[in-house]
Design a protein around this ligand. Structure first.
Ligand SMILES: [Zn+2]
Length: 278
């Protein structure tokens, strides 16, 4: 039995609305979408120990908190995603702020900086990130950070917030190089790896190297469902699902010279610590 904890899945979003019950059933029985059994997991049984659902705006954060209330396997995070900050209303902020203090909400996220997409000016993203950092500090909950092509802006903010305010949390779908991984680890963050670490394209090799430098007690896995479907199912499945986090665990095991069981056990233990640490 391999126990898997997916620390980032957007199951409240539209791609899951048509067959949500089937997704839940698969998740509860540890079955892969499409009945697939990858060679890597032949003969292994998967048990989902938990799934952390991050909010992307007020409504989404509310849905995640409701799901966490209904299903013990789910944990919720509340925030306005950096790409949606420009469109966020006063209501979004009110809902997120209220949810931050809700007992069904385990973390503040996802928040951060994104220079890949151009949906929100970076100054506005930085301002929103600061507000989320304050919420995390005030509530004593961990933060879940999204950082895409914005390490130069992100690292000084995190450094200051850790040193001055005691911020702690997760870097979700870590996409940096080994030096950035080391810096985040020194700041006390957990690093969560997603499908990208399974991709075989050489441009991901700095990420493979980063996955090797993370101490076991800071390692997490995630799917970022419905996005980032892991190899070899990318292009084969129309969307990602939480059970496929097992493929990320498999890849980390391969890169780090550990067994799948070891990776699953340590990442699940770490994830449980994070979601219960408020
Ligand atoms: Zn996300």
């Amino acid at each position: 039995m391999i126990s898997i904890f997916d620390t980032h899945a957007h199951l409240d979003l539209e791609p899951f609305s048509d067959d949500f019950d089937a997704v839940i059933r698969r998740l509860e029985s540890g079955v892969f979408p499409g009945g697939l059994v990858p060679d890597e997991l032949e003969g292994k049984t998967i048990e989902m120990a938990g799934v952390l659902l991050p909010g992307i705006d007020g409504k989404s954060s509310f849905r995640c908190a409701e799901l966490a209330k209904r299903f013990p396997v789910f944990h919720a995070a509340a925030a306005i995603h950096p790409n949606y900050v420009a469109n966020a209303t006063e209501d979004d902020w009110k809902i997120v702020t209220k949810l931050a203090y809700d007992e069904n909400v385990a973390a503040i996220g996802e928040t951060g900086l994104d220079r890949y997409w151009d949906h929100t000016p970076i100054e506005q993203q930085i301002d929103a990130l600061q507000q989320h950092i304050d919420l995390a500090v005030q509530t004593g909950k961990p933060i879940q950070i999204h950082c895409r092509d914005a390490w130069n802006e992100m690292l000084p903010i995190l450094r200051r917030s850790v040193q001055e305010k005691g911020l702690r949390g997760i870097i979700h779908a870590f996409s940096g190089e080994p030096e950035q991984a080391v810096e985040c680890i020194e700041l006390g963050f957990y690093l969560s790896f997603a499908g990208s670490v399974t991709y075989r394209n050489a441009k991901f090799s700095p990420l493979w190297e980063a996955a090797k430098v993370v101490p076991s007690d800071r390692l997490l896995i995630e799917t970022d469902s419905p996005y980032m479907t892991p190899h070899p199912f990318r292009g084969q499945l129309k969307r990602n699902e939480p059970t496929l986090a097992a493929m990320v665990a498999f890849r980390l095991a391969e890169l780090r010279g550990e067994t799948l069981e070891q990776i699953a056990e340590t990442t699940t233990k770490n994830a449980k610590l994070v979601v219960s640490s408020q």
